[in-house]
Design a binder for this molecule. Structure first.
Ligand code: HEM
Ligand SMILES: *[C@@H]1O[C@H](CO)[C@@H](O)[C@H](O)[C@H]1NC(C)=O
Ligand SMILES: *[C@@H]1O[C@H](CO)[C@@H](O)[C@H](O)[C@H]1NC(C)=O
Ligand SMILES: *[C@@H]1O[C@H](CO)[C@@H](O)[C@H](O)[C@H]1NC(C)=O
Ligand SMILES: *[C@@H]1O[C@H](CO)[C@@H](O)[C@H](O)[C@H]1NC(C)=O
Ligand SMILES: CC(=O)N[C@H]1CO[C@H](CO)[C@@H](O)[C@@H]1O
Length: 331
């Protein structure tokens, strides 16, 4: 339905090389149409984070996964229907945490009361993520605005776009490179694992029956490995069992994640591998020694991620609700 209508526009934009979508974004996009935008988001995320301290990590992960698959367009927020399996239900989206979805729904509801039909879900997700990162101790960075929301969301689009813990560092570097993110960006962004947690199933092979000669992965600190074994003893019965990604300061956005890696305290095998890979290790060592350098590079990489493949103009819409496109038939 939608396609014939927009075809001429696609043709036009493919010959008119400028302006690019991201150059149409601006810091003051809503200053006339919804001046309360930033204050409303700030209020909602603060209340939510105080009530549910897992919100910051949940939202940061949601944002990253949304941006890596088809750009920062809130496609990840769309719910599946009887006729469509949406992105959020893809296998690689394993247990995306509910608090991240909830905080965006709350902000959207509040904004629809203040300025109906104006603020996109993609912009709410980008700003809420930034504000939550800052609230738990991380750096502030600018978020340019004017993203539109996707019309569609398909689980099948996810595969191959997200890194998983079992990938080699080379595979992970390649996935990030395909998004214009270099090794430095990748290592800095991985510092997101300074907050939040991982389910035992994501690292159980490292701590149980690892090899003939060792119960656990020898790249793990032995004392830490035994603590993880205890923590995850019941994980096959209780799938919720999980461990903090940063065992030292789990709720604080700081550079402890990198010092942990130097001591064998990385939870995911892909985290730990950063500390030994010759391409990644120099950045791990730099960030472990200098939080200012980590914050600067993380902020810079997040700004890059947050404009990745954004949709502007008629290439997207401002959804009325974040979990469904305005014309569900079109998906
Ligand atoms: C480098 C490759 C990466 C891999 C292989 C990876 C993998 C994972 C896995 C397996 C989990 C645990 C999920 C669960 O058990 O619920 C996780 C959690 C998390 N990831 Fe990553 N991740 C990567 C990079 C990133 C990046 C770049 C960000 C954001 C900038 C990020 C943000 C998070 C956050 C915040 C959590 C905690 C979620 C929560 O507590 O609810 N990750 N990641
Ligand atoms: C990772 O690989 C190991 C060994 O091949 C496997 O047992 C484990 O289930 C895999 N983990 C994930 C999260 O895919
Ligand atoms: C480890 O292997 C032994 C023998 O192969 C088996 O009995 C045991 O259940 C395994 N433990 C786990 C946690 O997989
Ligand atoms: C595992 O389950 C057993 C029996 O159900 C219980 O006694 C034990 O406390 C549990 N351990 C953990 C770490 O949850
Ligand atoms: C830490 O990194 C910042 C930013 O690159 C730099 O200005 C500062 O000199 C570094 N501090 C040390 C102690 O190396
Ligand atoms: C494989 C898997 O864990 N899929 C989950 C994706 O996320 C949704 C929640 O949004 C879960 O219901 C699925 O089970």
């Amino acid at each position: 339905m939608i396609l014939p209508l927009f075809l001429p526009l696609f043709l036009v934009s493919s010959i008119t090389l400028i302006p690019t979508a991201q150059s149409k974004l601006s810091l003051n996009y809503y200053s006339n149409t919804c001046p309360a935008f930033l204050d409303v988001v700030q209020q909602i995320i603060t209340d939510k984070q105080l009530a549910a301290p897992t919100t910051a990590a949940a939202t940061l992960r949601l944002f990253f996964h949304d941006c890596m698959v088809g750009g920062c367009d809130a496609s990840l927020l769309i719910s599946s229907t009887s006729s469509n399996n949406a992105e959020r239900d893809a296998d690689d989206n394993r247990s995306l945490p509910g608090d991240g979805f909830d905080v965006i729904v709350r902000a959207k509801t509040a904004l629809e009361l203040r300025c109906p039909g104006i603020v996109s879900c993609a912009d709410i997700l980008a700003v809420a993520t930034r504000d939550l990162v800052t609230m738990v101790g991380g750096p502030f960075y600018d978020v340019r605005l004017g993203r539109k929301d996707s019309f569609t969301s398909h689980a099948i689009d996810v595969k191959g776009h997200l890194a998983t813990p079992n990938m080699s560092i080379t595979e992970i570097i390649n996935i990030f490179a395909s998004r214009g993110l270099d090794v430095k960006d990748m290592v800095a962004l991985s510092g997101a694992h300074t907050i939040g947690f991982s389910h035992c199933s994501q690292f159980s092979h490292r701590i149980f029956n690892f090899s003939k000669s060792s119960q656990f992965d020898p790249s793990l600190n032995p004392k830490f490995a035994r603590e993880l074994q205890k923590l995850c003893a019941n994980y096959t019965k209780d799938e919720e069992m999980s461990a903090f990604n940063d065992v030292m300061t789990p709720g604080k956005f700081d550079n402890m994640y990198y010092s942990n890696l130097q001591k064998g305290l990385g939870v995911l095998v892909s985290d730990q591998a950063l500390a030994s890979d010759p391409r990644a290790k120099p950045f791990v060592d730099l960030y472990a020694a200098n939080q200012t350098a980590f914050f600067r590079d993380f902020a810079h990489a997040m700004e890059k991620v947050s404009v990745f493949s954004v949709k502007t103009g008629k290439k997207g819409e401002v959804r009325h609700r974040c979990d469904a496109s305005n014309n569900p038939q079109a998906s």
